[in-house]
Design a protein around this ligand. Structure first.
Ligand code: ASP
Length: 422
């Protein structure tokens, strides 16, 4: 059994969905679970109609209409007039209308109840289309399969229940009902109370990995608009090199440092079971792509670059000129933990502790509120964090150019440089 994941860009138009159908049809020699994201930028749009977010009812209705027009525009091209999928889609949009007009309550809860419709709609449309062209498939509601706690917007997966439910719901489709193809949603999950949760933005890779783990898949494949795992994001770098083989640990490190090619939580479940993860191009599906697997080093061995923009550097200095030691650090870290802040880089000297994080004005103000009685805070914004694995001095000099380095750290394999973004 194999698991495929198609992201928003691979199903964002009539042509893209037809292309996806070709890829799926070419791989039906064994049972296949296909995990699909919301189409195009739908999640971004749905984030704007969460109860309490639109400025007016007019704005909410206009956005909803925009999404309806987009999906029905594609459905009209792909499906015959009388297809039952239209009734299902109309039902989903009616539910979305109801959810988005409910009274605002807990934001995270409302978020998940609303944005989850992106995946419900995309999979309903795609499943209906595939059936209509003879690629018969079962649509599975993944909220009945992936179980999380009630940590809305970042549900924590209960792997034991998920494994049992995956065996009951998905495996039984393959074994008892003799289906060869399952279409299901990425990103969303369900609680034991029957409410909907999500796994964090870009979480569909993680969904595919959870299902691969729970169903003991032979392999997992993420279909992307790039030829594979590149040594840098082509948006920032002209001459990228495709990495053919990536060890599991290396992929975890890269995702941790912010490589956008896979969601950070994706690798662990498949690593635990030794399931290889293929990254392939949906534009050129027969090309080789990259494989994350049980290798000892990357191949070819080449420097890897990760660029993270919009960084904030805060330097924290005790007002009484005491050394930065355990007691001061404890106070600072308690605040960071309380505010759930992910530190991207940190360093301390005798009298100052510096940390780099993604810029967020609200969090910056909260840090100031909590620390300013005891510490003096200085900060810089608009910085870029560059992470280079397998670096050498020449590479560093080329990348940094004439920019100012505000903070730098080096280990044997990795260097991180925080620079101003000229
Ligand atoms: N649709 C979700 C998002 O845009 C999940 C995903 O695409 O992976 O974040």
């Amino acid at each position: 059994m194999k698991v495929f994941k198609f992201g928003g860009a691979s199903v964002n138009s009539v042509e893209a969905i037809k292309n996806m159908a070709h890829i799926v049809a070419d791989h039906l020699d064994e049972p296949l679970v296909v995990v699909v994201s919301a189409m195009g930028k739908t999640t971004n749009l749905l984030e704007r109609i969460i109860p309490g977010i639109p400025k007016s009812d007019e704005e909410r209705r206009a956005l909803l209409k925009q999404s309806e027009d987009y999906h029905f525009g594609i459905a009209n091209e792909l499906l015959d007039d009388g297809d039952e999928t239209f009734t299902k889609l109309r039902g989903l949009f009616a539910e979305l209308e109801r959810v988005s007009t409910s009274n605002p309550g807990n934001y995270n809860f409302d978020y998940d109840q609303t944005v989850s419709y992106g995946e419900l709609i995309s999979t309903t449309l795609i499943s209906g289309y595939l059936n209509s062209i003879g690629i018969s498939n079962e649509w599975v509601d993944v909220r009945q399969v992936i179980r999380t706690d009630e940590n809305y917007r970042e549900g924590n997966v209960d792997f034991e229940t998920t494994r049992r439910q995956a065996q009951e719901t998905i495996n039984s489709q393959f074994t008892i009902h003799n289906s060869q193809l399952i279409i299901t949603q990425g990103f969303i999950a369900g609680t034991d109370k029957g409410t909907t949760t999500t796994l964090g933005r870009e979480g569909s890779d993680y969904s595919a990995s959870i299902l691969s783990y729970c169903l003991d898949a032979d392999s997992m494949t993420i279909w992307k608009d790039v030829p594979g795992f590149l040594n840098a994001d082509p948006k920032f770098f002209a001459n990228t090199v495709k990495i053919n083989k990536i060890p599991f640990n290396e992929a975890i490190e890269l995702a941790y440092y912010g490589a956008s090619v896979i969601h950070p939580k994706t690798v662990k479940p498949i690593q635990n079971k030794g399931i290889c993860l293929n990254i392939k191009s949906f534009i050129d599906p027969s090309a080789e792509g990259s494989i994350i697997g049980p290798y000892s080093s990357i191949e070819p061995l080449t420097p890897l670059y990760i660029f993270t923009n919009n960084q904030l550097l805060i330097s924290i200095q005790p007002k009484d000129f005491s050394f930065i030691a355990e007691d001061n650090l404890q106070t600072i870290f308690a605040v960071l933990a309380e505010l759930n802040i992910r530190v991207n880089l940190m360093q301390n000297s005798a009298l100052s502790f510096s940390l780099c994080m993604n810029y967020n004005e609200i969090l910056l103000n909260k840090i100031r509120e909590r620390l300013e009685s005891q510490f003096r805070l200085v900060y810089n914004t608009g910085l870029q964090l560059i992470t280079i694995r397998y670096y050498n001095q020449q590479i560093i000099d080329e990348i940094v150019g004439d920019r100012t380095v505000l903070l730098q750290q080096r280990s044997r394999t990795t260097t991180q440089l925080l620079v101003d973004s000229k």
